[in-house]
Structure formats: C-alpha cells, structure tokens
Write a protein that binds this ligand. Sequence first.
Ligand SMILES: Cc1cc2nc3c(=O)[nH]c(=O)nc-3n(C[C@H](O)[C@H](O)[C@H](O)COP(=O)(O)OP(=O)(O)OC[C@H]3O[C@@H](n4cnc5c(N)ncnc54)[C@H](O)[C@@H]3O)c2cc1C
Length: 409
Amino acid sequence: MPDTGAVRAFLEQRHIDWARRIADFCAERIAPLPAPADDDPARTQAREILELLGKGGWLEPIGRLDLRACALAREALAHASPLADAVFALQALGAAPLLLAGDGAQRTRWADPLVRGDAMGAFVMTEPDAGSDVAAMRTTATRDGDAYVLNGRKTLISNAGLADTYTVFAVTDANAGRNGISCFVVPADTPGLRFIGPQVMSAPHPLGELAFEDCRVPSSHRLGEEGAGFKLGMAVLDLVRPTVAAAACGMAARALEEAATHATSRMQFGQPLAGFQLVQEKLARMAMDLTAARLLVYRAAWEKDGGAPRITVEAAMAKAFATEAAQRIVDDAVQILGGRGVLADHPVDRLYRAVRALRIYEGTTEIQHLIIARQIVKDAEARAADAARRGEPAASSSHAAAQAAGPGG
Ligand SMILES: Cc1cc2nc3c(=O)[nH]c(=O)nc-3n(C[C@H](O)[C@H](O)[C@H](O)COP(=O)(O)OP(=O)(O)OC[C@H]3O[C@@H](n4cnc5c(N)ncnc54)[C@H](O)[C@@H]3O)c2cc1C
C-alpha cells in the first residue's frame, strides 16, 4: 500500500481506506499479470487492464477530479505495473478536457464511458515539430459549415491505434498563436483519422503516430470556446502532472523495496549487503528522496482538491522533483541488485526502462524548471515594482529585514 503515513497531513480517512483497497486490488489482480514482451502483447494487456479497472470502479476518482485519490491510485498501480499505471493515466488525460470544458451532453457521451472503462481515451497534442513548444502545432481544424475538417500529423501519442476516443488539439486560427488552438473529440471510427503505426518504446507502453486527412467532425465535438484549446491543454496538464509524480513515487517505492529486500538477504564478504555503510547510505538517500517527492505530490493534490484555481508551480515542482528522484532511486536499486538488476525479467530492470519516460512526457523536467523560475522572477519583479511605488530601494525583503534588524538580527 502507498505509505500514507508520511503524507497523512494531506489526506482524509477516505483516502487512506482507498489506498488500502486499491493496493489490495493491485496485489491480487495487476501484479500477477505477465510482463508483456513487446508492443503487441502490451496493447492487448492494456485493454485487459482497462476492463479490470473499469469493472472494479477504480477509475471513478477521475470523474470526480479527486486528485489525491488519483495520485494514490497511480502510486499503487505504478508499483505493481507501469503499464497499468499508463492505462489509468490515459483515461485521466483523455477525460480531463471533457470534465473541465465539456457541456453536460459531451460529458455524458464521452467522459462517462472513459470513467467507466467502457471506452479507452487518448490525449493528442504532440506533433513532429511541436513538442515542448505546443503552440507551434500545425494540425489544422478548418471550419466548414457546422463542422470542422482536421488535417495534420501527431506523434508520440499514447494509446494511438488503441483508443476509442481521441481528445485532439488543432489550430483553428493560424494568426492567433496560442489563442488560435482549439480542442476536439474525435471518435476512433471517424473517417480521415488514420493510425500511421506504433512507435515502440523500451518499456511496454502503447505509443504511436496518427494522421488526420480531411477528418470531419461536427462542431458539437469542440470542447469549450474556439481558441480556448491551449489554455485548456495547460489546465489539464496542471491537473495531471502531480499524478505523473505519484506514478514516479510508486515505481521508486517498488525499487526501494526490492533493493532493501535484496540488501538484507544477499551475503558478500561474510555479511548481508545491508551491513555495509556504503549500501546503507544509498538506502537512506533513496528513502529521503522518496519521502520528499511524496510530500510535494500530495501538497499539490491537496491544494487542488481544496479549491485552488491553479496549481501550476506546485504541479511543476512535484513532477520535476519526483520524476528525477525516481530515476535516481531506481538506478540505485539496480546498483544494489548488482548483475541481477540488469536481467531483463527482474522488476528493477523493468522499472529502469519504465521510469525514464516520466521525465519527458507531460512536460520535460526542463520545462517544469522554466515554469517554476518564471514564477520566482515574476514575484521578484512584483516586489521590486511595489518597492519602487513606495519609493524604497529594490532590495530583497530578507536583505531589507536584516538591514533593519542591524548586525546579528
Ligand atoms: C512515453 C511517452 C508518452 C507520450 N504520450 C503523449 C500523449 O499521449 N500525448 C501527447 O500529446 N504527447 C505525448 N508524448 C509526447 C511528450 O509530451 C513530448 O515528448 C514532450 O512534450 C517533449 O517534446 P519532444 O519530445 O518533442 O522534445 P523537445 O520539445 O524537442 O525537447 C527536447 C529537449 O529539449 C529541451 N527543451 C525544449 N525546449 C526547451 C527550452 N525552452 N528550454 C530548455 N530546454 C528545452 C527539452 O526539455 C528536452 O530535453 C509522450 C512522450 C513519451 C516519451
């Protein structure tokens, strides 16, 4: 079960009960699933997992946008199977634009089946020339009567070729920059939507490319106002990023458990590895990193669940810190396992391959750092402008306070 103790202050009793229930489900139904050898069995297994999640009601917190419950679910799923975590994540990413911007009819028609697990979702933003720079996208959605005609190509799309419902971002006004992007629901059987083919990852994760070729959708498939798609996409990412961070914590927790178990049982030089201080130091750093990451995750989710309108900086901190920390933790686990840690069927080797992508998707670590730094600079500029208005020198408040207090203050 996710270690709810360390983050208890951010949780309610219902979250702790939920964490226990989903951890039991994962141990019984998800962990025993065989690790898929390559892309085809991963796609088949993703469908099976979706059915399990849907039937058990494990996707329900997505429908309520209950971020703490979603984070706990992703921790538990990622601990048992990174593929199962991806299945949950894509239902959330596919449904969130509908839940944030859809009207009642759109939510009933497309979001509800995603939350029940009756339909598989996908979030379609990235293009060959528009990755971190989302606003550079070129896929167009041209108005034609009471419809839009989509043309363009999307790449690195999770669930491409597998999803039933694609939430797609496209340009409706090429002269309006960020304000010229809109969001549409495109059902998989829409003529003109073509699965180009899979992009095979080092870890099991259905990924691929899509083409839109005169793909026509009624204007009732547009989510929110025309031109509001960029803002909507960013709001969705703010919401989902803490849960990516939670998935990273789930993988890191599993790696730490594997490493600790091995370190206490493996004998070298006449004693368990855990007896060596160099190994103890690794275990201690892993645990500290993991706890710090989890505090950032549940702080961000708690803020959002408590009604914060945006958690851009909190989400960026959680995602950047937790995914980077998880990479270090999993790498240390491999090191503690020694040669066994790089055998392809060992859980820590599978985690080693799975954890890498988390530092890239839904905004790279560098982009999260830019988001955090932008806010720091903005705050500093606001303080300077405020000081200037009051006719004070533009010193930092702590410097000013120290000066006011005199030596030793
Ligand atoms: C497993 C996986 C699943 C994915 N699933 C989806 C999905 O379902 N839907 C979807 O739309 N997309 C998806 N993506 C795409 C993902 O969102 C992009 O890969 C990501 O946004 C980065 O874009 P890029 O790969 O084009 O890299 P680029 O944007 O080209 O970046 C390359 C490098 O340059 C750095 N960089 C870029 N700009 C700056 C800057 N201003 N300052 C400093 N450094 C910078 C980046 O941090 C990165 O290190 C997925 C990717 C992966 C790996």
